[in-house]
Design a binder for this molecule. Sequence first.
Ligand SMILES: [Zn+2]
Length: 211
Amino acid sequence: MVDVPSLARLRRRALLAGLGAVIGGGAACADVVPSVETPPAGVPDPASPAPQPEPQVQAPPERERWIWVQNNAGEEVAVAYRAGQNYNVAALVRLQRLFRDLRAETAGPIPPLLVDMLSLLQERFGYTRPLKLISGYRTPATNAMLPFAAPNSLHMRGMAADIIVPGFSQTDVVNQAMALSNMLGFMGIGWYGSFTHVDIGPKANWARMIN
Ligand SMILES: [Zn+2]
């Protein structure tokens, strides 16, 4: 003899078992369903779980990051080089060519972190005009020819860029780069009169007047 409260509990357990079978794909606890009982309407049969539709939850769109740069040859690239955590390899290849040593016609490495840093900097000025790239990658030979270049310059590892932000003063660019550096905890920033050097090396800043 089964009293009413325990039958109700069994029904609840049967209902939970049925849901468990649908979610987990198994038939766990089916033995607790009393054989004399007709399962209440709506309880899935654990032996043949109803096919479930694919989850309809949409992942949030991955945020794209953009960069728009023009080099000294007048070539321009405006590209979404990253979506969420994923870098677009084709975009990085285009940027690698854009950042090449124009004297030697040689492309070097293009660390994605440099592109991120430049993109974050550009974001601070809006995307109304391209960043002007004065110097990106440099071969050791090109670097040695430049009187103002450090002998161990990070340009030779593709980790630095000399830039102008059209429409903004060098003070604006340096101030924004300093703010970004404080946020990121790294970045070398050099003030060179007509352009700003930024790199993804350790935190440092300096000013060197050249004409
Ligand atoms: Zn530089």
